[in-house]
Design a protein around this ligand. Sequence first.
Ligand SMILES: [Fe+2]
Length: 357
Amino acid sequence: MRLPVILALLTIACSAPRLNSFHLEDQILDHGVLPARIGFGSCADQNRPQPILRRVVERDPDLFVYLGDNIYGDTEDMAVLRGKYFTLGCRPEFQALRAHCPLLATWDDHDYGANDSGRRYAMKEESREIFLDFWREPKDSSRRRHEGVYDARLFEDDGRRLQIILLDTRTFRDDLLLAGENPEPPFKNDYRTNQSPDATILGPAQWAWLRRQLLVPADLRVIATSIQFGHSYNGWESWTNVPRERQRMIDLIGETRANGVVFISGDVHWGEINRQDVPGGYPLYDVTASGINNDWDVIEPSTRRVGAPVALYNVGFIEVDWSAEDPAVALISMDVEGREANRIDLRASDLRFPGTR
Ligand SMILES: [Fe+2]
């Protein structure tokens, strides 16, 4: 190949956002890169404009995490599914975000392929291939070698570490318990709680993988779950449908002494921040960002909500001042006008087990 051609190709390659990535057994380590502004969002109808993505780019994220319902696929026809991803990929506001910063993604029911579906969705393997291709997962990635789309990234610079954990709440999830017609309180909406010890959301392999991730040292670890984790039961799909699995997560964080966990979630078509105090631990926050261009008429109450919910289209940001001795961590709901609709300011030390560093 002639030198001018090589230089031209190098110029093109270097102009795109790149991470200096190394594949480890379970995850990818990015050396010399430590995102300070992490945006995230969910619930994006590919057929309608997504102007909030312009506001996201203005806020200049270093990384953006798609939390699921990234398109509304809702089909077992894989040509249709590919076409809907293509529609999203053609949106100029999406292209602007994709050109601005690296994108990470997990999926929820609608981009997985069927409303509220779990492990019984017939086309989950084919849909997974389309998902991984659209989100530009490298062909040699370890993520392509296991069932489901769960994944972890580790960013490290100057002795500080950020971990992003992407959960898959669809591929392994058992059927939920329907609430039935006119459910008796406290049950309401679509689902009652399932107390069976056998019911799972993540499945055994993903739980074992997650345990290994939580043992990796990190100053801040963002756990992306498509469905909400931190709120109180409201009858829609969430971790509260299977309380034993939800408690297992809290117990696993305790057992591994994993500091710095913040959950981010989507799905419900409103924004909110929930906080759960854990005896002997530290507060677990869940920043729900939903949706990019979807909203909902009735915002359900939550006994763990901090600040006001966001009814307008919204996304979330976690912003970190890594230069501080005790890094400042801001949890933010940003509405479609670019305003901070809710904000919680923390220090990294607020997210640590007592007596640990
Ligand atoms: Fe969903």
